[in-house]
Design a protein around this ligand. Structure first.
Ligand code: ADP
Length: 723
């Protein structure tokens, strides 16, 4: 409790007055002036030093005045002694009061100094009751000194800490100090994190008397630390998530940081930084990588290296190692930041690509097939090596359609221009065979097929193959020639076999002519010549002569050696003529022919003689297959039919021996025969002829009933729609 200085001053003055009055005007024989000590002490406790000194002197003066007033010139020993005692008491009290006042002022100054600090300083006794609460504490907690003094400190601030208060107290008593973090609740209810330092004060006897706590608010610092830690964790997680091995090194190249991906290499920390690269980079790549790294460190240029890096499973994988320097404002390198990226798959893809390019190049050379890519709409081209070889250009010329045109055969230029125009117009497929006139005078045949790739994209292009088919053409022509020759030989052989039949076909009309000639002569030699009858006989003669000459013409054309010539023919007529040519054979073998023709007659584009050869061959094979049959009628059913919208069918069905399963597969092979006199070329020639006409021939066998031979031919384009 504080005393009002003015009240004390008035009280002191009243005491002084009372003492003076008693001392001066009463006859009391006691040292009443000693009570001035009270006045001195009262003033000294509230007023300044000069006021205290003045008061002391005032009291001395009043004592002396009172002594003078109450005693006349007769001084006895007793009163003088009392006066001296009083003066001594006043002097002693004044000295002590002044000294006390001085030490109190010093203490006050020191307390004010404590108020100057920003720290919250709280002193509490061993019962935790607050005895000192500085301005810093007022600001931090929001309670004034008056509110705080005497309060239990831990209840007031709701102290919470990670360790219990008892434990803290034990530590304080043991070592005299404690420091740590606490949570306090302020006057406004908010929670603050406090960094607190405690010191125990013991009295002269060593008894613990008070605790001095210095508290600092570290809430913001804590929040910032938390935020910083979170950001650091996030950054670390981000760096760990990068699909590459991230690292950083000091400016002299020493590894100082690696992310978690390095675990894949079996490296978890950078302790042995000096040896990390050496231990993971393939020995064959290490030298070059180190040289590049040293050079980058020396020059400050970005670092790049492609090396094999060993993983924890011992397998080396190709990696791209790249690093960039971080510089300060003066350009000095502070650190290097690098990433190792796994490029094993890319490397393998590159190798596979290089391999397939090599394969393709070899395959192109062997198959004489080049590639041509043509970009739209400009028509820029790319040629493969083989394309350059086919066109016979050196590889340093830029490919273009003009260069192709320069090699074009004069007769094919228009065709090629048209195809090129089509390609610029974006037709989906180009398929073209043409010739090239080469500088050495030779002629090449090429087949070009190109497809429009990615037609919807912004950059469609034709991807095409150009095949040199010169040799294939020559081989095909040679094959055609030999097939034609073979066909001719077999025809002639067949004619030989049919000699009797042909002789019959020719001799019959000749005999008829002779008979008609005789008859005509007889009608003429009559006394009355019957000219009408003569005319009829002559007409018959002409008819028979035509028939004979027709047969001879057909025989001649079959025996003639010539190249096949295609014309649009009536398939029914060809089958009919063929049957007529072998009529005699059919009759001789007592074969009944049942011919059934398609209506309307199918038109095919074919070589007449070759087609007749096929039909005769099939008919004769049927006749021969039935020659040994006696148990059942020898029937030959011949039919023409439409096969589908694009093909006509000819069927020759006999009731002969049929074809065994064993022979069925090799019937059409050259030189396959089951006949003693056979050549085994008939069906093989038939197949060549039918396939050369774009058709197909096959055999079916009805078990024990005979064989069914049939072939299809493409209908003539113009006639197709009628079927
Ligand atoms: P070739 O008549 O000279 O033997 P082909 O090539 O015409 O030669 O016939 C080959 C073989 O096919 C004949 O030897 C015969 O065994 C069999 N063959 C052909 N046509 C028939 C048929 N209609 N019925 C039974 N076998 C046949």
């Amino acid at each position: 409790m504080r005393h009002d200085p003015r009240v004390l001053s008035v009280l002191a003055a009243a005491v002084a007055l009372v003492v003076f009055l008693i001392d001066a005007f009463t006859p009391l024989d006691i040292a009443i002036a000693v009570l001035y000590v009270v006045v001195v002490l009262l003033v000294a406790s509230t007023s300044s030093r000069p006021a205290a000194i003045l008061t002391s002197w005032g009291c001395v003066a009043l004592t002396v005045i009172a002594f003078a007033m109450s005693h006349d010139e007769h001084y006895s020993g007793g009163p003088v002694a009392r006066c001296l005692v009083s003066l001594l008491a006043i002097a002693t009290a004044s000295v002590l009061a002044l000294r006390n006042q001085k030490s109190t002022a010093t203490l006050q100054e020191q307390l004010q100094l404590l108020d100057l600090t920003h720290d919250a300083i709280v002193v509490y006794d061993m019962n935790d009751l607050i005895t000192f609460w500085n301005q810093g504490a007022e600001q931090l907690y929001g309670w004034t000194t008056q509110q705080a003094i005497g309060q239990p400190v831990h209840e007031l601030t709701q102290t919470r800490s990670s360790v219990s208060l008892d434990e803290i107290r034990r530590e304080l008593l043991r070592s005299g100090r404690w420091q740590g973090e606490l949570q306090h609740v302020r006057n406004d209810g908010t929670t603050v994190v406090i960094s607190s330092r405690w010191a125990l004060w013991r009295d002269a006897k060593g008894k613990p008397r008070a605790v001095l706590a210095t508290n600092n608010d570290i809430t913001v610092r804590k929040q910032m630390e938390g935020e910083l830690r979170r950001q650091k964790d996030e950054l670390r997680a981000t760096i760990d998530a990068i699909p590459g091995m991230v690292w950083s090194s000091s400016s002299d190249g020493r590894l100082v940081f690696i992310n978690r991906r390095w675990n894949e290499l079996g490296v978890t920390c950078v302790e042995n930084d000096g040896d990390i690269w050496r231990s993971i980079v393939h020995p064959d790549d290490y030298g070059a990588m180190q040289r590049a790294w040293r050079e980058a460190i020396a020059t400050g240029a970005p670092f790049e290296s492609v090396s094999r890096i060993r993983h924890s499973d011992g397998v080396y994988r190709w990696m791209h190692i790249g690093a960039e320097p971080l510089r300060d404002s003066a350009g000095k390198i502070l650190r290097w930041y690098g990433v190792n990226t796994d490029i094993e798959e890319r490397k393998q893809a590159e190798q596979a690509l290089a391999r397939s390019e090599a394969f393709l190049s070899d395959a192109q050379r062997l198959s004489r097939t080049g590639s041509i890519a043509t970009k739209l709409p400009g028509g820029e081209m790319w040629w493969s090596d083989e394309t350059y070889r086919i066109f016979d250009y050196s590889k340093d010329v830029a490919p273009s359609f003009q260069l192709i045109l320069a090699r074009a055969h004069p007769e094919d230029i228009a065709l090629m221009r048209q195809a090129y125009q089509q390609s610029l117009a974006g037709v989906p497929l180009i398929d073209l065979e043409h010739r090239l006139a080469m500088p050495d005078g030779s002629v090449k045949h090429v087949h070009y097929v190109a497809r429009l790739a990615a037609p919807q994209s912004a950059n469609p292009e034709y991807v095409g193959a150009l095949m040199d088919v010169t040799e294939r053409r020559a081989a095909q022509e040679a094959l055609d020639r030999s097939t034609a020759e073979l066909a001719h030989v077999t025809r002639v052989t067949m004619l030989g076999e049919l000699a009797a039949s042909i002789a019959h076909e020719v001799t019959q009309p000749l005999a008829a002519i002779a008979t008609c000639g005789d008859a005509a002569l007889r009608w003429l030699n009559r006394p009355q010549p019957d000219l009408k009858e003569v005319g009829q006989s002559i007409n018959q003669m002409i008819h028979d002569a035509r028939r004979a000459s027709d047969v001879i013409r057909q025989i001649r054309s079959m025996a003639q050696k010539r190249d096949p010539s295609h014309a649009v023919l009536d398939l029914n007529a060809i089958v009919r003529e063929s049957i007529e040519l072998v009529r005699r054979e059919l009759d001789a073998h007592r074969v009944e022919v049942d011919a059934d023709y398609a209506s309307p007659a199918p038109s095919v584009c074919a070589d007449r003689v070759q087609l007749q050869q096929v039909v005769i061959n099939l008919v004769m094979n049927g006749v021969q297959a039935m020659s040994g049959i006696t148990a059942r009628p020898r029937e030959l059913r011949i039919r023409t039919r439409s096969f589908d919208a694009r093909h006509a069918l000819v069927v020759v069905e006999d009731s002969g021996t049929g074809i065994s399963e064993e022979n069925a597969g090799r019937l059409f092979n050259a030189f396959f025969t089951t006949k003693a006199e056979g050549m085994g070329m008939g069906l093989s020639i038939c197949r060549s002829i039918v396939e050369a006409h774009g058709g197909r021939i096959w055999a079916e066998s009805q078990e024990g009933k005979g064989a069914v031979m049939q072939f299809v031919l493409p209908l003539d384009e113009a006639k197709r729609n009628e079927y």
